[in-house]
Design a binder for this molecule. Structure first.
Ligand SMILES: NC(=O)C1=CN([C@@H]2O[C@H](COP(=O)(O)OP(=O)(O)OC[C@H]3O[C@@H](n4cnc5c(N)ncnc54)[C@H](OP(=O)(O)O)[C@@H]3O)[C@@H](O)[C@H]2O)C=CC1
Ligand SMILES: N[C@@H](CC=O)C(=O)O
Length: 434
């Protein structure tokens, strides 16, 4: 391509500065690989006078989005500023002005991905968003391209670094939930408001995007069942360990006859499962597909340069499409109608922790509650009686049952005379085939 490619950078924070650095540091390599130069023409920020840890020509900075959107020389808009409604409007304007878009914005793509893909395609523009799921891990490209001729059955992922860091620190070092969260904030993994991380919403956004691509079904954020790890009890980590189980915040998506299940929840994994070994802020996505079998993609799910590298892989894809004269053809409209898998079709084995009154016949009553619903026990752990209030703790690991059955069992247990309290229950992933 004779003319070089000009990009407009919307946002110059953690990811934006990483993108700028990669373009500057790998100028020659990019030119060689892509057959044209890439240069940043304008940078949109809120405060152009902010002190930034990077050398940049002040003339590049602007506070006016129009300086990027209306500039006919800018070919690609790289959106790394975050936000939803305003950003949605800006990206729609970018497409109207025939600009290709690369974004890292999972919030926006989870909520308005279908609309933006459609706008891009109507305007013959590319829209790529590799960095929006699992930061530096090229999982979107793996799902869309690498496994294009395969049939994905299930994806399980650790797609939020903050919660994985918190659970690792609690499990390995015995830190409290609050102290572990504080560390994650100081290290910069957590969002400015970490509630989206710990309540599971950040992971839910990423899983909605992955499920949509993996199963070609127009999954929306509201289809994802979400439970986070806010105030997670350290006792469950301890008992899990005794049972050979490791706790993770797991994004799960599964399809059966085009009926989809998407969830994010704290779940136990057998400690030998590959995802159980993923520690600290790292992310990993485990894919089960018909032809390839099991694959796992592992790496940093956030951070300046890892995320910027994913953004630049998308920029390279746009440049290649422009060179080949085929931009705007990347959008594959979901080909199946959306059907959500009913809860009586969702199977899993479970960990249930009960506080029981120390009365004779306790086990008979508990067993009969499970038996009535056809739920069998895989293991039981009894914790010696607590001195202070006379209750004992019982942990039950069940064989596979439906989500409905387990919900009914928990409700019956709570009502029974021998159970003081149902303290917790978690699905166990990766141990049983579904
Ligand atoms: N950080 C990470 O590791 C990852 C981030 N992402 C996503 O990447 C995007 C960017 O994240 P990150 O770099 O961490 O964010 P930062 O908060 O570090 O940076 C945001 C940048 O955007 C600018 N900005 C924000 N709002 C506006 C606005 N309304 N108009 C103009 N400029 C604006 C800010 O300007 P100023 O500098 O003047 O304040 C800043 O330069 C988000 O969508 C995030 O979810 C995805 C994966 C990982
Ligand atoms: N807060 C997020 C950052 C990247 O998406 C996380 O912890 O994973």
């Amino acid at each position: 391509m004779e003319k070089g490619i000009s990009v407009g950078l919307m946002g110059f924070g953690t990811v934006g500065m990483g993108v700028f650095r990669l373009i500057e540091n790998h100028r020659e390599k990019l030119q060689h690989q892509l057959g044209c130069s890439i240069s940043v023409k304008r940078i949109l920020v809120v405060d152009p006078d902010k002190n930034r840890d990077i050398q940049v020509d002040p003339d590049l900075m602007t506070v006016h989005a129009a300086d990027i959107l209306e500039d006919p020389e800018i070919d690609i808009v790289i959106e790394v500023m975050g936000g939803i409604e305003r950003t949605r409007e800006l990206l729609n304007r970018a497409f109207q002005n025939k600009k290709h878009v690369v974004t890292a914005n999972k919030d926006l793509m989870a909520l308005h991905g279908n609309e933006l893909e459609d706008a891009a395609s109507r305007n013959n523009c590319d829209l790529f968003y590799e960095a929006s799921v699992a930061g530096g891990i090229p999982i979107i490209r793996a799902v869309k391209d690498g496994l294009v001729a395969d049939e994905i059955n299930k994806i399980m992922g650790i797609v939020n670094g903050t919660t994985n860091y918190i659970l690792t620190r609690m499990d390995d070092e015995g830190l409290s939930y609050e102290d572990a969260l504080q560390e994650a904030k100081e290290l910069g993994f957590a969002e400015a408001d970490p509630s989206g991380d710990v309540e599971g919403l950040d992971a839910a956004r990423k899983m909605a995007i992955l499920a949509r691509l993996a199963f070609s079904v127009p999954v929306e954020l509201s289809d994802v069942e979400v439970k986070g790890i806010k105030d997670f009890p350290v006792d469950d980590l301890k008992f899990g360990k005794q049972l050979g189980l490791t706790m993770k915040l797991i994004g799960f998506t599964h399809v059966r006859d085009h009926e989809v299940e998407v969830s994010v929840e704290p779940a136990f994994l057998p400690e030998k499962h590959p995802l159980a070994a993923v520690k600290n802020e790292n992310n990993a996505v485990f894919v089960n597909s018909a032809a390839v079998g099991e694959t796992m993609f592992y790496g940093p799910g956030a951070g300046s340069l890892p995320t910027a590298a994913a953004v630049m892989s998308d920029v390279a894809a746009v440049v290649n499409n422009i060179s080949s004269g085929v931009p705007g053809q990347s959008y594959l409209e979901p080909c199946y109608e959306k059907k959500i898998l009913a809860s009586n079709q969702r199977f899993g084995s479970y960990y249930v922790r009960l506080h029981v009154k120390d009365v004779s016949g306790t086990f008979t009553v508990i067993s009969s509650i499970f038996n009535e619903l056809d739920i069998s026990f895989e293991r039981i752990l009894q914790v010696p009686k607590k001195k202070d209030n006379g209750t004992a703790e019982v942990i039950i690991v069940t064989h596979e049952t439906t989500k409905d059955n387990m919900g009914q069992a928990l409700s019956n247990l709570q009502k029974s005379d021998v159970v003081e309290e149902v303290k917790s229950s978690y699905r166990i992933e990766g141990g049983v085939e579904r």
